[in-house]
Design a protein around this ligand. Sequence first.
Ligand SMILES: CCCCCCCCCC(=O)SCCNC(=O)CCNC(=O)[C@H](O)C(C)(C)COP(=O)(O)OP(=O)(O)OC[C@H]1O[C@@H](n2cnc3c(N)ncnc32)[C@H](O)[C@@H]1OP(=O)(O)O
Length: 197
Amino acid sequence: MSRVSQPWPPVAVEPAVPHPKAPVAGTELGVHFNECFGCGDEADAGLHLRSTVGEGQVVHSRFTVTAAHQGAPGLAHGGLLACAFDEALGSAVGNLMRRPAVTGKLETDFRRPVPVGSTLFIETRLDGVAGRKIYVSADGHLDAADGPIAVSARALFIVVAFDHFSTHGDPEALEKLAAQHEKNQREREERGWEINP
Ligand SMILES: CCCCCCCCCC(=O)SCCNC(=O)CCNC(=O)[C@H](O)C(C)(C)COP(=O)(O)OP(=O)(O)OC[C@H]1O[C@@H](n2cnc3c(N)ncnc32)[C@H](O)[C@@H]1OP(=O)(O)O
């Protein structure tokens, strides 16, 4: 079956240049919010996705599919896989560009079933920027960084003002997030990494 794809990015873009203080290649990215379904330690049935900065404008993420993530028996739910990509792509945008941004559009191609127990290795690339619009894409490889591609995704993130989160979100949770951010900063400093304000 052939897959028809629109040009990507769909508009003229500038190169997505990582922020001068973006974490360097090899940096393991921390949990951005403990209750986040995508990466949080306190989200018991969550994805517990973990990410590391790669060379260039790339972030490598991985997560292991558990029984809590099933759609069909023994297989990951497609919406759950889309969630993993939202997290991986958002993490690449947030950490490399260091601009607050939210997902405006997320498109997924499911190419192979992803069984419970398998690990998806997601490689995310920054594809370009047009004003507030940041275009990113990713491939999810099954069970190894060079394994077969099971899922691909493309997304548009929109840069927002910080008050997007205080206006629409939960102020208490934002306080928790600020505390988490400080903890991440301290840990980075202790490990001698570049400070990530
Ligand atoms: C370190 C951090 C790690 C974080 C990882 C977490 C990853 C998880 C990320 C998420 O899941 S975020 C949650 C899901 N997303 C949302 O809740 C967003 C809900 N939508 C909105 O709040 C607003 O629609 C939005 C802020 C995205 C845009 O509203 P605005 O009024 O600010 O902007 P506007 O609608 O004018 O759009 C700005 C530009 O984007 C374009 N645009 C917006 N949505 C689009 C869309 N869906 N498709 C195509 N283009 C779109 C729009 O056409 C326009 O293009 P131009 O600048 O060329 O005029």
